[in-house]
Design a binder for this molecule. Sequence first.
Ligand code: AMP
Length: 234
Amino acid sequence: MMAGPRLIVLGRQGAGKGTQCARLAAHLDVPHIATGDLFRHAIAARTPLGEQARRYVEEGALVPDELVLDLVADHLGASGARRAGYLLDGFPRTLAQGQALFEVLGERAVDAAVEIDVAPAAVLPRLAARRVCQDCGSVTAAPDGWAHHLACPACGGMARRRDDDTDEAIARRLALYDEEATPLLEWLDGHDLLVTVDGIGSPDDVFARLCAALEARLPASGYQQTGTFRGPRT
Ligand code: AMP
């Protein structure tokens, strides 16, 4: 049985990671595991994990590794889940988390890690404009200078700023990304797993670049044989 692709997608906040990951996961037919979304759901549902994570997420700080690893283990613990493959979005975020992932899952923890690269100056206006639908999770950009919520163009629900998209929390998360992600990116590169994709441009352009970069990186996995990444699953 051929296992599904195992991917990590990285990128600073506002790089378009969530949007691209949702498309890529659908395209590759793998589960999209976004730790930030999982924490937000746990917080909204007031689960014990959510209650423990709440203050970190609200402040734009990293949730302690112990809680993050519990969350990820819940989703990747079953061997069936690992066989299906996965697209990890927002995890690992630090070198320690990357090492923990490899320790638990072994050599084939990750086939490739893609960084969507957008400079800090370019993500700031994107984050200020970002509105997330409370019902379907779609991300929409508000018009310049618009400080309020919007009607979601996808489902008509209410698209609001995220609670951690305040100016202070954004600044903290961006600084943290550079500090925490740099050693992780270097380490992934040292393992010859890292691919960097330019994240400037339309979502369609960035998606096309992502697919091209991955196609070149997954030659042995069988996904290339069909020309669409949709390799045999059985
Ligand atoms: P995101 O939606 O990826 O921006 O994540 C939102 C928030 O969830 C972050 O600011 C952190 O508080 C928390 N979080 C998500 N993933 C992780 C992780 N791998 N390690 C630590 N904290 C995380």
